[in-house]
Design a protein around this ligand. Structure first.
Ligand code: ADP
Ligand code: MG
Length: 473
């Protein structure tokens, strides 16, 4: 039995225990260097992988080697691309400062010198909203953790949480916090390259690079930044090749001690449609959630926004009762809350009337109703059939003709998005279809929305109508 055979067997057992994907993520690139006085020495290409194996598989790995030969007393892992790395015992984790204090020289990150200049302006990143600063962010119980973590990341000189993963429902301030981090870093360290973009845009860039066979430049662009922020990462669920690329970019940056900040509408472990190995890595740093707002926070935000409006547009008299009313009644999210206030103020200034409670109620009738109401599947079906000019009965029937099949898929998609019904429940309401049909429809429409702006517009319009409370009738 040679050492190579033993190594092969250890690998085979890990493979069997962990499954293909996990094994490939962590162990595929592990090489055996040799054994020295009972020390098995392995090497890996990156520090990130080394740390992950040490913290998750150390015991198992040591045990498997022991079973091969009781004389194998310990297992050490070295990082072969890092000239400073020394063999370190597997059982003890590298101290935190050491991880943070030794960023690799820039040349090692940038894959070649041909990095396009000014790529932020060339449309790779997305512009930052000047209003989304820390000063303008109102802190309450529901967002204090996320806020504190964001501040820490923006102010720290070394990388503490990596990645910082911000998650929470729509309109609760994730994008605001990411922009605030970017502004703050730009202010403190203008020389650092900060790149912010949505996951959709990341995907778009990637697909484009593939099409134009320009993936090298794509990689360089992303891997040469100091801080990378990807917003709404749930958008890459189900997009396998984009996920793969995202994963590599992510690893490369983390390995080189660059700050990565990610947001999503749910926690890393709830990101279905995203591979397990990616999910597990996303949760590796700090995951901070933003909860729905409470009344106090909503009122605080309204006051801050009212002050800000006045500093821009001159004094507007907003009775405190109106702010309280809004804070009570618009509970969906901060974006709507803000929109409601703007609408009331705009209305008052346009018609030249003072703001009162009655007037606010009048102006916001639709919004108030949609904050109260729940959208039903029946309503969605009716609205979609009407929109596409097909008969409701046909849409619910078994017919496969394209003319009804597509509207049906759109209706299923919206049912999934706008109601809390499960996939089987939705399937049943569509003429007793199977839940896999619903999954297929959701995916299909998701995909079509990416490539067909017509469909995207249809879906958007329908969603707006339904959410706006014009769905009845
Ligand atoms: P998300 O990205 O989570 O969907 P956004 O960051 O886009 O939400 O926030 C939606 C709107 O609400 C933005 O205009 C943002 O400025 C505002 N907002 C959200 N949370 C707060 C807060 N705590 N303080 C002030 N404004 C907020
Ligand atoms: Mg956002």
């Amino acid at each position: 039995m040679t050492l190579a055979d033993q190594w092969r067997r250890v690998r085979a057992r890990l493979h069997a225990e962990l499954g293909e994907a996990t094994f490939n993520s962590w162990f595929k690139q592990v090489d055996l260097i040799g054994v020295d006085e009972g020390r098995v020495m392995l090497c890996v290409p990156t520090r990130f992988i080394r740390n992950w194996i040490v913290s998750h598989y150390a015991d198992r790995l040591a045990k498997l080697w022991q079973e091969e030969d009781a004389a194998f007393a310990r297992v050490d892992i070295v990082v072969h691309s890092d000239p400073r790395a020394e063999a370190r015992p597997l059982q003890e984790e590298a101290p935190r400062e050491e991880q943070a204090a030794a960023p690799l020289p820039r040349e090692e990150v940038v894959l070649s010198s041909a990095v396009p200049q000014g790529f932020e302006d060339a449309g790779v990143g997305a512009p930052l909203d000047p209003r989304f600063t820390f000063d303008a962010f109102v802190v309450g119980k529901s967002n204090e953790l996320a806020h504190a973590a964001a501040r820490r990341v923006a102010e720290a000189t070394d990388v503490t949480f990596n990645p910082l993963f911000l998650y929470g429902g729509v309109g609760l301030g994730k994008t605001h916090l990411m922009h605030a981090i970017a502004w703050e870093i730009r202010k403190r360290h203008p020389e650092r390259k900060v790149l912010y973009l949505s996951a959709e845009k990341f995907m778009y860039q990637f697909v484009r690079a593939l099409r134009f066979k320009d993936t090298m430049a794509f990689k360089q662009q992303f891997r040469s930044v100091d801080v990378l922020m990807i917003d709404d990462v749930q958008f890459i669920s189900g997009k396998d090749s984009t996920q793969e690329e995202f994963f590599h970019t992510f690893n490369a940056l983390i390995d080189h001690n660059r700050q990565v900040i990610i947001s999503a509408d749910r926690s890393p472990s709830d990101l279905d449609g995203i591979e397990e190995r990616i999910r597990s890595r996303l949760g590796w740093g700090l995951a901070a959630d933003i909860h729905p707002t409470d009344y106090e926070l909503r009122l605080g935000i309204l006051q801050a926004k009212a002050d800000e409006m006045m500093s821009r547009n001159g004094p507007v008299a907003i009775p405190p009762g109106v702010l309280e009313f809004l804070a009570h009644r618009i509970v969906s999210n901060v974006r709507e809350l803000e929109g409601a206030l703007k609408r009331v103020v705009a209305y008052a200034s346009l018609v030249g009337r003072p703001i009162t409670l009655d007037m606010a109620q009048e102006v916001l009738r639709d919004l108030l109703r949609s904050n109260d109401r729940k959208i039903t599947i029946e309503e969605i079906q009716r609205r979609v059939a009407e929109y596409y000019n097909v008969r409701l009965a046909d849409m619910l029937s078994a017919r496969r003709a394209r003319a009804v099949a597509r509207p049906r898929q759109v209706a299923m998609y919206l049912s999934k998005q706008l109601t809390t019904r499960s996939l089987p429940e939705i399937g049943r309401k569509f003429g007793g279809r199977d839940h896999t049909t619903v999954i297929h429809a959701v995916r299909k429409i998701d995909e079509l929305c990416q490539v067909d702006s017509g469909i995207e517009e249809d879906v958007d319009l329908l969603r707006r109508m339904l959410e706006g409370g014009h769905g009845a009738g």
